[in-house]
Design a protein around this ligand. Structure first.
Ligand SMILES: Nc1nc2c(c(=O)[nH]1)N[C@H]1C(S)=C(S)[C@@H](COP(=O)(O)OP(=O)(O)OC[C@H]3O[C@@H](n4cnc5c(=O)[nH]c(N)nc54)[C@H](O)[C@@H]3O)O[C@H]1N2
Ligand SMILES: Nc1nc2c(c(=O)[nH]1)N[C@H]1C(S)=C(S)[C@@H](COP(=O)(O)OP(=O)(O)OC[C@H]3O[C@@H](n4cnc5c(=O)[nH]c(N)nc54)[C@H](O)[C@@H]3O)O[C@H]1N2
Ligand code: SF4
Ligand SMILES: [Mo]
Length: 659
């Protein structure tokens, strides 16, 4: 059996894949401890699918015709060089993929930067980038602080805007173990989720009011002197500003804004503070708002008040895609070099440049993925090279993205499937799927895991690293002579002091390596003075509130058997069968008012557009309509961005009618 990292979520389960039959079994060791969710179990359906991209294709008029690999790469390289010649390097942009290995992400950002641009980004921008910015501001590093194993030891678990029962199902075992060990489970969401089934406290709040609730919890903790004075004094700065700021967030006021009863706010604050240790876990309900960065800061403040870090707690911004954490560490973001190092850090930048055989690298921040489309409309960006992303479906208000994609002089899409985005491509390159290639991936707890090759690439596909090596060479960039994926692993190891002494063999023979280490901030924070910074935050209103015309609030959510834009799961017959037809959830009160019954076809409309879907009358609060994101939800969503460049995918004014 070959040990392979699951191609879906960032929890990072290992699958044991039989190279002959492709049968999948769960790995017994960490992190999944013998468990898999349905997506992992059926993951090889991707490999078997007849819909796979089979050979390189080139657009000629309105049709796509086969083209040889060598010719395709040479043509793409010469078109990109021509664009650089005519308009400068920033007229070209690259999108990396949270679905491909560390090595592959490392190569994409290396190509972009050697080509001369920091226009390199990935879907982390639509996801946890707000958490990264908040964590960097307050703690100095942007990632999850503790390993999963700690969750089971803590005496409280706060699950906020996050629904792991659907999105990281295997992690639920760790949370349930904590509960069996006596931990209090507190869950906050805008509706009663499946993750709330085992929660001691279920806090259903009005969408977009998270800061008010978090500040009210801080208010009670401070008023009742339940905070950790010693920790605050010795390890933090900025407490007095937060103390001042949360004064007006009384539980009574918070009740009027969030809908959570005053007494419940007080009780939860006390339970959480007196537990003595705690995990604070959050997801897209926090980040995908115009207040995303501030939402995350409000949760970090709560943690700092109680000193829930190191051995006593941890911050868990649970990462979404199987290698989104790795993509960030490899530098596939427009504002960071590898290891989240700022572009302005001259010493590190020169070190990277030296390793790559050049004097220096571009220092201006590149475009965020979410800024690209306007730049294309304005004519600033002419060419886009996309590896394993599907923005024509995943981006907010996708009609404007599709318009921009159509306008590009050159669009290259490198994927395993003919995606919705691929319809606009001038060149379509078939990549090999997860278990058809070897490489390393990093899960949410920052564990780098080796994924073995279990079978040969399907059809005429090639592993992404091979395609990128060919491209780098055709572009005339130095050092693109890799003949094995391990050579790339060894190269990126040299960028991190913690890995410098390690060999690729050690990684392969291990159960993963934590980068930079298992637990962060046990004694010191990564800020210049070594202290964590409290950051006072105030309530921020959503960009587009409901009104008479669009009286409901639309939010978008995930389902266990569907994945992101559906390109992978919708091609997996067992998952499609398991899930049935998707439904939009609306409350009993609204359904009654609108004359809607479960199973009725309804039209959901916002100022961007409308979609049709069957309705499910559920136990969701009045005024909310929750639509699964995996289909056409982004026909509706708002593209208003927060400070980290993430759109408000969780809040838009909407109306619903029976069709
Ligand atoms: N099955 C499955 N698993 C996945 C994925 C998938 O598509 N399918 N995708 C992966 C990826 S990329 C990611 S990023 C993760 C995401 O994992 P999650 O963050 O768990 O996913 P979501 O369902 O998008 O959002 C979480 C919750 O936010 C709530 N919410 C909406 N608005 C608000 C609000 O204003 N306040 C609060 N407190 N909550 C709100 C929603 O009701 C929802 O239950 O999942 C990963 N795992
Ligand atoms: N309304 C709404 N919109 C959202 C969200 C939401 O909650 N609500 N969530 C946002 C979030 S958190 C995220 S992460 C984004 C996700 O946005 P995307 O990353 O655009 O979506 P995916 O469907 O995960 O696309 C991954 C692509 O990678 C391809 N792929 C898989 N394996 C490989 C491989 O080995 N090589 C190559 N080359 N390609 C491969 C797949 O076929 C697929 O086309 O969506 C965002 N959009
Ligand atoms: S929990 Fe995530 S990593 Fe584990 S099998 Fe399911 S999708 Fe794969
Ligand atoms: Mo994500």
């Amino acid at each position: 059996m070959k040990r392979v990292v699951c191609p879906y979520c960032g929890f990072g389960c290992n699958l044991l894949v039989d190279p002959v039959t492709l049968e999948v079994k769960p790995y017994k060791g960490e992190p999944n401890l013998g468990k898999l969710c349905p997506k992992g179990l059926h993951s090889v359906e991707i490999v078997k699918s007849k819909a796979r991209l089979k050979r390189p294709l080139k657009r000629v008029g309105s049709s796509m015709i086969p083209i040889a690999w060598g010719v395709a790469i040479d043509e793409i390289a010469s078109r990109l060089l021509e664009m650089r010649e005519l308009y400068g390097p920033d007229a070209v942009a690259f999108l990396a993929s949270s679905k491909v290995s560390n090595e592959e992400n490392y190569l994409i950002q290396k190509i972009a930067r050697l080509f001369g641009t920091n226009n390199i980004d990935n879907c982390a921008r639509l996801c946890h980038e707000a958490s990264v910015h908040a964590l960097k501001l307050s703690l100095g590093t942007g990632a999850q602080t503790n390993p999963y194993e700690d969750i089971s030891k803590f005496k409280s678990v706060l699950i906020w805007g996050y629904n792991p029962a659907e999105t990281h199902p295997v992690l639920m075992d760790y949370i349930l173990r904590a509960k069996r060990n006596g931990a209090r489970i507190i869950a906050v969401d805008v509706r009663e989720t499946r993750s709330m089934a085992f929660a001691d406290y279920k806090l259903v709040i009005r969408p977009g009011t998270d800061i008010v609730l978090a500040n009210a919890l801080a208010h009670v903790i401070i008023e009742e002197e339940l905070y950790n004075e010693e920790f605050i004094r010795s390890r933090t700065t900025g407490f007095s500003e937060v103390r001042m700021a949360v004064k007006k967030y009384t539980p009574e006021y918070a009740e009027t804004v969030t809908g959570v009863p005053t007494e419940m706010i007080k009780e939860v604050a006390r339970e959480f503070a007196l537990a003595g240790s705690g995990a604070v876990m959050w997801g897209m309900g926090i980040t995908q708002h115009v207040s995303g960065v501030e939402n995350a800061l409000a949760l970090i403040n709560l943690t700092l008040l109680l000193g829930y870090l190191g051995e006593r707690g941890g911050l868990y911004p649970m990462r979404g895609q199987n290698n989104v954490q790795g993509a960030a560490y490899m530098g596939a973001l427009s504002e960071f070099l590898p290891g989240y190092v700022p572009l302005t850090d001259e010493k590190f930048r020169k070190k990277v440049a030296g390793l790559w055989g050049v004097d220096d690298l571009p220092t201006e921040r590149g475009l965020y993925l979410t800024e690209l489309w306007d730049a294309v409309e304005k004519g600033d960006v002419k060419a886009l090279y996309i590896v394993g992303e599907n923005p024509a479906v995943s981006e907010a208000d996708f009609m404007r993205v599709r318009r921009a994609l159509r306008k590009l002089d050159i669009l290259v899409v490198q994927d395993i499937f003919p995606t919705r985005t691929a319809r606009y491509a001038h060149y379509l390159l078939p990549a090999s799927a997860f278990c058809e290639k070897g490489g390393s991936y990093m899960n949410s707890e920052r564990r780098i895991q080796w994924s073995e090759k279990a079978c040969e690439p399907a059809y005429d596909s090639k592993p992404d690293w091979e395609i990128l090596t060919m491209l780098g060479r055709a572009l005339g960039l130095p050092g693109f002579n890799y003949t094995s994926v391990e050579e790339i692993t060894a190269e990126y190891f040299r960028l991190f002091p913690e890995l410098e002494e390690k060999s690729v063999e050690e990684l392969k023979n291990s159960n993963g390596i934590f980068l930079p280490k298992k637990r962060l901030h046990t004694w010191e924070f990564a800020t210049p003075d070594g202290k964590a910074r409290f950051m006072a935050v105030e309530r921020i209103a959503p960009w587009e509130g409901p009104d008479d015309e669009y009286p409901l609030v639309l939010t978008t959510v995930r389902l266990i058997g569907h994945y992101n834009t559906g390109e992978m799961t919708l091609r997996s017959p067992p998952l499609v069968k398991l899930m049935g037809e998707p439904r939009a959830l609306i409350s009993r009160e609204d359904a009654e008012r609108l004359g809607i019954k479960s199973g009725d076809l309804v039209e959901i409309e916002t100022r961007r557009g409308k979609i049709r879907m069957r309705a499910e009358v559920e136990n969701v609060p009045r005024g909310l309509v929750a639509v699964p994101f995996h289909f056409k939800a982004n026909r509706l969503t708002s593209s208003a961005l927060n400070k980290a460049g993430t759109p408000e995918l969780k809040f838009a004014a909407a109306r619903v009618r029976k069709t």
